[in-house]
Design a protein around this ligand. Sequence first.
Ligand code: FCB
Length: 442
Amino acid sequence: MRLSRSDFPAGFQFGAATSAYQIEGTRFGGTGTSHWDTFSATPGNVLNGENGATACDHYHRWEQDLDLIRDAGFDAYRFSTSWARILPEGRGTPNAEGLDFYDRLVDGMLARGLKPFLTLYHWDLPSDLAMRGGWTNPDIAGWFTDYARVVMGRIGDRVATTATINEPWCVSWLSHFLGAHAPGLRDIRAAAHAMHHVLLAHGDTVAALRADGYRNLGLVTNFEYCGPMSDTPADHAAAAREDAIYNRWFVEGVSSGKYPEEALAGLRQWMPKGWEQEMGRVSQSIDWLGVNYYTRRLYADAPGALWPSTTGGPGPLPKTSMDWEIYPEGLEFILTRLATKQAPGLPIYITENGMSWRDELRGNRVEDPVRIDFMERHLDVVKRRIAAGDDIRGFFYWSLLDNYEWAFGYDRRFGLVYVDMDSLERHPKASYHALATALATR
Ligand code: FCB
């Protein structure tokens, strides 16, 4: 790898990221049912009908996994707690085994010199709450705050940073409008409600945790560069509508208390009553923003089609096995706009960036030069933006392990470490070794 640690400021945090449902195995340790268990049990939702019941069995193999993180030379580990593992019914009595697990895990990180970066919600909503409307029910702000307090009461004294929600766009739009993730709705009113409630839950939780004395509270948002399919004004406007929904709604709601007009134009009539009076709750000040970035998508105007009246797809650039174009320039655009317009001065962590590939295990080796190149090109952007003055404090590769990639089941490999999905054995890929060497070079 071309880059080394000395290309980045002292104190810059390198880490790997995972999430609970994707690696732990929900059948272990008294976990309750989540909407991902039922979504994946419903025909047609997930490739090969796969689910997270066993996943990577991280629940039992966590020590080995933390060793892998330490041995790569990482400084930090971004993980999530499972709401359904901690509160099997979503509310009420915690599952002691679940809390004990995260307690051990956090101590395990500290023992290995790794800073724990906690995410409180990475998509495994307990079924009892999903049955009450989940993110479409305004009560979720209170449910989530209560859950957050249970988690922080147990491990909040030892985590370095806490993120409320992972990727509000996925929680709301992808899951309630596009129907691609649990609960699989395709309903514009449900989507508009979820888009607001997810930020209310975030804001109320930040306020509550701050009142409890916790610091380093943030939100993790995902960004995708939205470009026009052609140079016509109509296609530019189509891209701007998607950009407003994807890249502006959540971060600008939080940073300025305002949703973008290009998105409200289609969503205003479907918003929950009185939402305008609630923007103060949404825009609680946060200590940092997590940026997840993978790719770009190009949009064309679809005249006559229902709002947002666009068709989208990837462009002609080389693609990962997700069919996502490799486009580091999009990260540069996103970071520049955050620093100059959307959230000037707000510290940033790149909380996810990575790629899936058709990796193959040969002997004990996985050669993945394309992933090494991908990391270099995205880290180059980070380096350039730091030189330009942006306050970017860390970079987390998604993901440590090949894992359950949601609607794609176990078919998409994002890991630095190859996981044999039958034996569950771990094999560090060439990218893992390259990064370890880079991190050891000062
Ligand atoms: C992000 C998710 C993460 C993983 C990557 C590929 O949107 O946060 O869980 O699925 O994409």
